[in-house]
Design a protein around this ligand. Structure first.
Ligand code: PLP
Length: 373
């Protein structure tokens, strides 16, 4: 049986260039880049070069990038690190990834509602921008619906109402599809994660612009100019840089090609499954995201069934204490629990093929009919 992998928003395969780039650092160039002898310096040189590539891909200077152990850590460093340095109030949107949402709650922050498309409600945000607000965190693209936030508007509102506040954006899902260097240019902190764009898991970066006050959340050897202690994952960081380079170079082509596949998948399912609904306005979504609802069908049951036919997809639900919880993003958008439970995310990525779309177009309508029948 062939597999149609439609869960690239969860993780995407590594780019061959990234695998090739990391191998020497797992073998002969194994040095600790914090050392001073020749083996250490060899690792240090690669680390410095990778830092430059990643920073450039994010529109930052090399000294503005903090290399982290993934997207969750980058988000936590932004929120907990700024809060520790500045105090005051942290504000985030209700559709944020749990890495931001739970970190914001952990520092006693305020969660602002989103509109029916999942974008932060600008009136509610304005109301939350009080004199004591010090950090606002709004994601660039949502991991479930793929809907893109008009970040410039958010930044403008923050600058006007809370001039002392910083803006953080979680660009983890955006990076494969959007020119983050431009789109997030107004943000003070920007988080990305390598495994969403063809790098390895457990590696990420946080852009920290010059005016940002940040306290570390990991204490130790003082790496990353004292902002993130811990021996560098040199192989992972070098691979992240290689993946970032290929992603940026091929982004326009990937968006056009994969966006076409996504449109064929979404349009095909909307036409062949009665009552199927698309989540969020397509023209405001990243190119790889197809999020649909099939009324009357439990997403969990559907995903099990299509998995047996080789189609790998997911729902935004999290498994807490054994019970499947409907997606907090869909609930925040105003859907009922029942509506939210019928939501399925089919996410495409750089290696997605037309054959995978064909397989999904064959398998999903049958599975929905079976469950409804
Ligand atoms: N933020 C968003 C929007 C994500 O989609 C994810 C991963 O699913 C993360 C943060 C966490 O990144 P990581 O898996 O690297 O910890």
């Amino acid at each position: 049986m062939t597999t149609a992998y439609l869960d690239h928003a969860a993780t995407t395969p590594m780019r061959p260039e990234a695998v090739a780039a990391m191998l020497p650092f797992l073998t002969e160039r194994f040095g600790n880049p914090s050392g001073s002898h020749s083996v250490a310096r060899s690792a240090r040189a690669a680390l410095d070069e990778a830092r430059e590539v990643v920073a450039a891909a994010l529109g930052a200077k090399p000294g503005q990038g903090v290399l982290t152990g993934g997207g969750t850590e980058a988000d936590n460093l932004a929120i907990c690190g700024v809060h520790a340095a500045l105090g005051g109030k942290v504000v985030c949107s209700a559709a944020e990834h749990h890495a931001v949402l739970h970190a914001t709650r952990a520092v006693g922050g305020e969660v602002v509602p989103v509109d029916s498309t999942g974008v932060v409600d600008m009136d509610a945000l304005a109301a939350a921008l009080t004199p004591d607000t010090r950090l606002v965190s709004v994601m660039l693209a949502n991991n479930e619906t793929g809907v893109v936030t008009p970040l410039q508007e958010v930044v403008a509102a923050v600058r006007e109402r809370s001039p002392e506040a910083l803006v953080h954006t979680d660009a983890v899902q955006a990076f494969p599809w959007l020119d983050v260097a431009t789109e997030a240019a107004g943000a003070d902190l920007v988080a990305v994660s390598a495994h969403k764009f063809g790098g390895p898991k457990g590696v990420g970066a946080l852009v920290v612009r010059d005016r940002v006050a940040l306290r570390p959340i990991l204490h130790g050897g003082g790496q990353e100019r004292d902002r993130r202690s811990g021996t560098h994952n040199v192989a992972g960081i070098v691979a992240m840089a290689a993946a970032a380079r290929v992603t940026v170079e091929g982004r326009a082509e990937t968006v056009a090609r994969v966006g076409g596949l996504r449109d064929r998948l979404a349009d095909g399912l909307l036409a062949s499954v009665e009552g199927a609904l698309e989540t969020g306005p397509r023209e405001r979504k990243i190119a790889g995201n197809c999020h649909l609802r099939f009324p009357g069908v439990e997403a969990e049951a559907l995903l099990l069934l299509v998995d047996q036919a080789g189609v790998c997809a997911s729902a935004g639900s999290a498994c807490a204490s054994g019970a499947m919880e409907p997606s907090h993003v869909l609930l925040a958008m105003g859907l009922s629990r029942e509506e939210a439970s019928s939501g399925v995310r089919l996410s495409l990525g750089w290696p997605s093929t037309s054959a995978e779309v064909d397989q999904a177009l064959t398998v999903l309508p049958k599975a929905v009919a079976h469950l409804r029948g």
